[in-house]
Design a protein around this ligand. Structure first.
Ligand code: AVJ
Length: 326
């Protein structure tokens, strides 16, 4: 870990080695079911396309979660308590976080954790100027890998982890438990986890949200191939892969695929990968929860759902999870 000064903030840096993406991409493409890790969607263009997705009429998630926050943020802040250290894995630059920070009673520190260093530092610098009373301590890390919390100058009374945006949905059941367990330990004794999850609903609504009429989600999905071409010396022909979204109702999981149009061989780094016509790469899974499923997941991670807030359509849920016996 390196500590450095970046703009107005001190950065704790656990950035993975440069070739980590190469190894993960190659091993994903070597599997029988070819897979790409969805965390690599978010290069500069991918992040812009994701922002555009959030504005789409079909993509209800961001808008709905923000509405829930606007309606209930005071209660959420009260549940988390005063003199808080707030940790946010996969932080980005979100408006929801600011809503929460503004309602918290004398928060001590804000620890955004993100893999994209430049984005993280800029967002942290911005918040640091906006809230001079708050100590902003950015950590550059893949939040899936172990990292330690930096020590704020003032001692917080308690910690909470904020994990909004249905990011948990990208993890399968086993990984989700492991991740929540990690967050429970970060929150510690007397702490809590404020979690935003997308709920199960009419499959057609989900289908449209992940395969929009304007084709923005398709461009977002295909962009990962362009990134591989550029950063890992690949030669994917973007005209020969199509975006597809498939909902598995039994699992409550929507999958994004990149479907090969015809037989082809693609090279990445020094390796070749053959595709037959119609073969697909699995590029993202997005799990949707029922309220019972969420409660069961919390229990498996040593927590209970203490409170939850939903929108009128019951499309999305923000839940406060508390470690059991604390
Ligand atoms: C950022 C993981 C919440 O799963 O809805 C949006 C990413 N993928 N459209 C999601 C995404 C396709 C998104 N998350």
């Amino acid at each position: 870990m390196r500590i450095s000064q970046a703009l107005s903030v001190t950065l704790h840096d656990y950035h993975p080695p440069r070739d980590a993406m190469g190894e993960e991409v190659l091993s994903g493409l070597q599997q029988k079911q070819k897979t790409l890790p969805c965390k690599y969607f978010y290069d500069e263009r991918g992040s812009k396309l994701f922002d555009a997705i959030c504005e789409l009429p079909e993509y209800y998630l961001t808008r709905t979660e923000l509405g829930i926050m606007e309606a209930h943020v005071a209660e959420m802040a009260a549940a988390l308590g005063p003199y808080l250290q707030l940790v946010e894995p996969g932080s980005g630059s979100s408006l929801k976080t600011r809503l929460l920070l503004e309602q918290l009673h004398r928060p001590v520190a804000y620890v955004p954790v993100d893999i994209s260093r430049a984005h993280l530092v800029n967002a942290a610098d911005h918040l640091n100027r906006l809230y001079p009373e708050l100590e902003v301590l950015p950590v550059c890390a893949d939040f899936n890998q172990p990292f330690e919390l930096p020590a704020p100058q003032r001692q917080p009374r308690r910690s909470a982890v904020y994990f909004p945006g249905s990011t948990l949905g990208n993890f399968g059941p086993t990984e989700a438990v492991r991740l929540l367990d990690h967050m429970r330990r970060l929150a510690g004794h007397g702490g809590a986890l404020l979690l935003g999850v997308d709920l199960r609903k009419d499959p057609e609504v989900l289908q449209r949200a992940y395969d929009d009429a304007a084709g923005v989600t398709a461009a977002f999905n295909l962009n990962i191939l362009e990134r591989i071409n550029r950063e890992l010396d690949g030669n994917f022909d973007l005209g020969r892969f199509r975006h597809r979204a498939v909902y598995d109702e039994a699992q409550g999981c929507i999958e994004m695929h990149l479907v090969s149009q015809g037989r082809q061989v693609v090279r990445v780094a020094d390796e070749s990968f053959g595709f037959h016509d119609g073969e697909h790469i699995l590029s993202e899974r997005s799990y949707k929860y029922s309220l019972d499923g969420l409660a069961a997941l919390a229990v498996r991670a040593g927590m209970t759902v203490e409170q939850q807030w939903l929108d009128d359509r019951r499309y999305f849920c923000v839940a406060c999870l508390r470690p059991k016996h604390s």
